[in-house]
Design a protein around this ligand. Structure first.
Ligand SMILES: [Zn+2]
Length: 323
């Protein structure tokens, strides 16, 4: 898709284009920024631009190299991810990287080795990488993508050139979801707001069936079936779904509060439920809605911190019910 088709990240892309055009490609890069904002996509486009058979400084998307890199079927691009229950990258996987780095490019100009979420690499494995990052073999490029730099050793960080990646604007995510992913308007609005700048998250929301979760959340908490909530929580336990449901509830209450101040439809997130929101909002005081919003946010915090999750949920249901 070439650099031009990546949403946002103009600064990182400009530096990479400069690096390529001035022939100053160095060996070790650290792409730093939140999850789901395009770090891996940019890594892939970088690998394509370097190895493209037709174009000089960008990917053509048509040549054999570009196509095979896109489908990760190219011998000179290698990547790995955290794996296993611990979601980590262990020494044996890094040994594989070290082996890969000992090979000459098969057919490309440069071999690109991408370590995704490199902060999940164990300390032992990071130490094993140091020498390679310090002096990468000729025609080898390392890219570490990282969302939380505190997981990396100082010695690893100092050996890499850091390129920063930033959250995307809600509007750009919205446009992308509608035009490229054909999300409907409700999904595009809700998910682009909820994603907090992460396109990857926004796309995930659809995969996770968040609109259905919204219905469940409204049934459990808003339509006042406290007994059902208790049954659900006790039987299913508290899963990641519960956190998602609470976010849906948060945005619902956010809209109820917004309705206290405006009735312009474009100000609302749950636009498909606009009429209901106006009607429900009039039944509560502004203070009550503000208090409910804070309660939901606190509960999300408790669930995340695993602080008495079942009790927190039940307390939330009760407090939303009380006027
Ligand atoms: Zn190409």
């Amino acid at each position: 898709m070439s650099f031009d088709n990546i949403i946002g990240q103009d600064i990182a892309i400009r530096s990479l284009k400069n690096i390529i055009s001035q022939d100053q490609i160095r060996g070790s890069y650290l792409f730093l920024g939140p999850n789901g904002v395009g770090k891996r996509s940019v890594s892939i486009e970088f690998a394509k631009a370097i190895n493209c058979e037709l174009k000089d400084k960008d990917a053509c998307d048509r040549c054999s190299s570009c196509k095979r890199i896109d489908s990760m079927n190219y011998p000179d691009v290698f990547e790995l991810y955290p794996e296993g229950a611990s979601r980590s990258i262990k020494i044996d996987r890094i040994r594989e990287v070290i082996y890969q780095a000992s090979l000459k490019p098969y057919e490309g100009r440069k071999r690109v080795l991408i370590i995704n979420n490199a902060e999940m690499t164990t300390e032992e494995a990071q130490n094993a990488l140091l020498k390679l990052l310090e002096e990468p073999p000729e025609n080898h490029i390392f890219i570490l993508t990282v969302s939380n730099i505190s997981g990396l050793l100082e010695t690893v960080i100092s050996r890499c050139k850091i390129l920063k990646f930033y959250p995307l604007s809600q509007i750009r995510i919205h446009e992308f979801l509608q035009k490229d992913r054909k999300f409907d308007e409700v999904e595009a609005i809700l998910f682009s707001h909820m994603a907090m700048g992460s396109l990857g998250e926004a796309i995930n929301f659809k995969k996770k069936g968040m609109l259905l979760q919204r219905e469940e959340a409204l049934n459990d908490f808003f339509l006042r079936k406290t007994a059902i909530l208790r049954e659900n929580v006790l039987s299913k336990g508290v899963s990641e779904d519960v956190e998602d449901s609470l976010y849906m509830l948060l945005y619902w209450y956010r809209d109820l509060l917004v309705a206290k101040f405006t009735q312009e439809q474009e100000q609302f997130l749950n636009i498909d439920k606009f009429e209901q929101i106006l009607s429900y909002s009039s039944r509560f005081s502004t203070e009550k809605l503000q208090k409910d919003l804070l309660n939901i946010m606190d509960t999300i915090g408790y669930i995340r911190g695993n602080i008495n999750p079942k009790i927190s949920l039940f307390n939330l249901a009760v407090s939303l019910k009380n006027n």
